[in-house]
Design a protein around this ligand. Structure first.
Ligand SMILES: *[C@@H]1O[C@H](CO)[C@@H](O)[C@H](O)[C@H]1NC(C)=O
Length: 419
C-alpha cells in the first residue's frame, strides 16, 4: 500500500514537471496588442560587474514613465534590475525606422561607454519573460541545426585590428520576434526573440533602415567632444513552428553533451589515481615500519617507538583551534544540505530557468532552514573535542561565516551603480 502511494506521488510529480511548473501561464496576445519589452542590467563575462540599464552615464533612452519590475529576492541579490523601456511593440505589426530617441553623450561619458564596449558588455532584454538572444553559428555551412541562441547581445563592437583600436556603439536594433499560433483562433504567443544590433551613424534619406549584415560599423563616440546618438529599431514578427511549451529549448541547448561526460570521467579518474597513489605511499611506509619492528624482534624489549606508532597518542587529542574547526564544519554541513536539496528540486524540474531567480531564492530559503543542521553539527563536534565555551560556539556558528561574507561584499564599493 505504502509503495503504491509513493509511486502515485512520484508519477504526479513527474507529470507535473513535464507540465511546465514555474507557475507561469502562457500569455495570449491579440493582433496589434502591445507587447512589452523590459530591460535588465548590462553584463559582461569579462568583469562580472552588472550595470543598471538606466545608469546615467550610458544615456540610454528612458520611457515616459519609468517603473521597476518586481523581482524575486534571489534575482535581486544576484544583480537583476528590470525596468520598462521606450520600445513600442505591437503583436504582428512589422515596423521599420522607429526612432527610440536621440541623446547627447558628453566626452567624459563617451570615455566610460567606450570602456564598457571594450569590456564586451551585453544588453539583456526580455519580451514576455523570454530573454533576447543573438544567433550564434558554430559551423561554416548555413544549416539551421548548427545555430543556437546565446542570451544577450553586444552593446558595441570593438575593432582591435585597426591601427588604433576603435569602439563602435550599437545604436540600431533589428528585433526579430518569433510567434506561434494555432490556425483556429487569432491569439498569438511569443516563442523567441533574436536581436541583431548595428552601429549606424546616420541613415541615407528615404532609407528603409534595413541594415546590410556586412555593413561596416560607423557610430563612434568622440572622447573629446559631444556626440549626438540616434537610437533606432526595426521590429519583425515571424511565424514559428515552436510551441509555447518548448520555447525555452533553443535557449537551453548545450553544444555537445559529450564534453561534460568527458570532463566528469576525467575528474573521476584523477581522483582515483590520486587516492591510489596516497594509499600506496601509506602502505609502503607501514610495511617499512612493520619490517623494522620485526627485524629487531623483542629480545631488547626496551626499544623506542618510531614510525606510525609515534602518533598513537595524538589520535584523540583535540586540536588547538577546535572552536574554529567545529564552526566551519557546521557551516559546511549547512551548505552541503542546501546544495543537495536545491539540486534535487532543480532536477525534478521545479526550478525552471524561465522564472528568473527561482534557483537562488530557493537556495537562500534552504540555507536559512538548514541553520539547525549547522548548529547541531557544530555543537556535536565541539563537545566531542571537549570544548568548554559552548555559548560562544553557538554565537559563532550563527555569525562567523555569514558575517564574513557580508562584510566582504560590503567593501566592494563599485556596486553603487546598481540603482
Ligand atoms: C514581417 O517581417 C517578417 C520578416 O521579414 C516576414 O516574414 C513577415 O511576413 C512580415 N509580417 C507582415 C505582417 O508583414
Amino acid at each position: 500500500m505504502r509503495a503504491l502511494q509513493f509511486t502515485t506521488l512520484l508519477t504526479l510529480l513527474a507529470s507535473a514537471s513535464a507540465f511546465y511548473l514555474p507557475g507561469v501561464a502562457p500569455k495570449d496576445y491579440r493582433k496589434e496588442a502591445p507587447v512589452e519589452l523590459a530591460v535588465n542590467v548590462l553584463t559582461s563575462a569579462d568583469t562580472l560587474l552588472p550595470y543598471d540599464y538606466y545608469y546615467e552615464k550610458f544615456h540610454h533612452v528612458k520611457p515616459e514613465t519609468e517603473e521597476n519590475k518586481r523581482e524575486s529576492l534571489g534575482s535581486i541579490l544576484f544583480g537583476d534590475r528590470l525596468h520598462n523601456s521606450a520600445f513600442k511593440l505591437k503583436m504582428l505589426i512589422n515596423e521599420t525606422c522607429q526612432l527610440l530617441g536621440e541623446v547627447t553623450v558628453p566626452a567624459a561619458d563617451a570615455k566610460f561607454i567606450n570602456l564598457r564596449i571594450k569590456e564586451q558588455y551585453q544588453h539583456n532584454w526580455y519580451v514576455d519573460g523570454l530573454p533576447a538572444a543573438s544567433l550564434v553559428t558554430y559551423s561554416d555551412d548555413d544549416s539551421d541545426e548548427d545555430k543556437y541562441y546565446s542570451i544577450g547581445f553586444d552593446m558595441g563592437q570593438y575593432d582591435h585590428d585597426a591601427a588604433n583600436p576603435t569602439m563602435y556603439l550599437n545604436n540600431h536594433y533589428d528585433i526579430h520576434i518569433r510567434y506561434h499560433s494555432d490556425e483556429k483562433n487569432d491569439l498569438y504567443r511569443v516563442v523567441g526573440i533574436l536581436v541583431w544590433p548595428y552601429s549606424v551613424k546616420s541613415w541615407p534619406d528615404k532609407s528603409d533602415c534595413i541594415p546590410d549584415p556586412k555593413q561596416i560599423p560607423t557610430m563612434q563616440l568622440s572622447e573629446t567632444a559631444e556626440t549626438k546618438v540616434r537610437y533606432t529599431y526595426n521590429v519583425f514578427w515571424e511565424w514559428s513552428s515552436v510551441s509555447w511549451g518548448t520555447r525555452w529549448d533553443h535557449y537551453l541547448y548545450t553544444l555537445d553533451p559529450q564534453i561534460h561526460w568527458f570532463s566528469i570521467v576525467n575528474s573521476i579518474v584523477i581522483v582515483f589515481m590520486l587516492t591510489g597513489m596516497i594509499g600506496m605511499i601509506l602502505l609502503r611506509a607501514l610495511h617499512k615500519d612493520i619490517a623494522r619492528y620485526n627485524t629487531f624482534g623483542d629480545e631488547d624489549g626496551g626499544q623506542e617507538d618510531f614510525g606510525w606508532k609515534l602518533v598513537h597518542a595524538d589520535v584523540f587529542r583535540p586540536p588547538t583551534h577546535r572552536m574554529l574547526l567545529s564552526v566551519l564544519l557546521g557551516n559546511g554541513a549547512q551548505l552541503l544540505c542546501m546544495t543537495g536539496i536545491t539540486l534535487v528540486f532543480a532536477v525534478l524540474g521545479f526550478l525552471s530557468p524561465s522564472s528568473r531567480g527561482s534557483l537562488s531564492t530557493v537556495a537562500l530559503i534552504f540555507y536559512v532552514c538548514f541553520a539547525s543542521v549547522a548548529g547541531y553539527v557544530s555543537a556535536r563536534v565541539y563537545k566531542m573535542l571537549q570544548g568548554e565555551y559552548w555559548r560562544r560556539n553557538v554565537v559563532m556558528t550563527a555569525t562567523l561565516v555569514p558575517g564574513y561574507v557580508y562584510l566582504r561584499f560590503r567593501t566592494i564599493r563599485n556596486l553603487t551603480h546598481l540603482i
